[in-house]
Write a protein that binds this ligand. Sequence first.
Ligand SMILES: O=C(O)[C@H]1O[C@H](OP(=O)(O)OP(=O)(O)OC[C@H]2O[C@@H](n3ccc(=O)[nH]c3=O)[C@H](O)[C@@H]2O)[C@H](O)[C@@H](O)[C@@H]1O
Length: 302
Amino acid sequence: MKEGQEVIVVDNFFTGRKQNVEHWIGHENFEMIHHDIVHPLYIEVDEIYHLASPASPPHYMQNPVKTIKTNTIGTINILGLARRVNAKILLASTSEVYGDPEIHPQPESYWGHVNPIGPRACYDEGKRISETLTYAYAQQENMHVRVARIFNTYGPRMHMNDGRVVSNFILQALKSEVITIYGSGEQTRSFQYVTDLVDGLVLLMNSNYTQPVNLGNPVEHTINQFAEIIKDLLGGNSKIVHLAEVQDDPQRRKPDISRAKKYLNWEPKVSLNIGLQKTVTYFREELRKFKHSQRNKFVDEH
Ligand SMILES: O=C(O)[C@H]1O[C@H](OP(=O)(O)OP(=O)(O)OC[C@H]2O[C@@H](n3ccc(=O)[nH]c3=O)[C@H](O)[C@@H]2O)[C@H](O)[C@@H](O)[C@@H]1O
């Protein structure tokens, strides 16, 4: 990104209807953007980060049709905008394009193992068609595209109701509630801190590399181990319980990041321990604010 460049960052549900885009993703390189994006003829845009779509499984499953619309119609709309204004576009794809992988760790050359009619399909297939659309536009319209396959990412500014494992376990431990493991807990994930991801996205956008690139931290843990890590970090007396397993839950996930190392000179810098400490500090403060507002509400009502 160069000084004076205009960048659009599109986040959350987005289908290209008239709306103000007013988002930022917590990084000094991104400015708050105010654009009425249905009138692209009047704006100059150099780069577009297409981050639209819910990403937490309970959120994207809650309204699967809307998730599909965002990833199909929304992606077509934003690709059309990028074509009209001649902007470079980066698509935020996901490790979920690999589904429940049969190859471990997962390189970008792996085509994946996705159930096309399962509960995760709205997201997995939605992101797969987003990638297909991106490369079809690139080929047909001579566009400059970048595709990042993002693996499990966490950090401050996650929503308290996000529902993914990192925020769930931290909040449960902070509130001394039970820590909820879905299924046996032997499934694995590899967790990446948000600033590492943002560095990788910016490097990818600025590179000349056009094929998909995995962005994730390759340090892998079972969910059982992760629950113990959170308990050790926070102390407290939370008990661990095992609930029913989630349908089609990927059993092993770990990125092969050789491509990112080779073409972007990128690898994660923030250890799980440091990243979790920062995230815990954030959620402690969120809980304090929440309790404070609940107390005030009680006083106001009585
Ligand atoms: O980051 C990724 O690569 C992709 O995968 C994530 O999906 P998932 O890995 O299933 O994310 P979580 O909901 O955080 O679950 C991780 C694991 O922890 C388990 N889990 C989750 C929450 C919980 O309270 N307890 C629990 O055991 C899940 O069953 C799963 O095995 C999300 O879909 C996306 O953020 C993303 O695109």
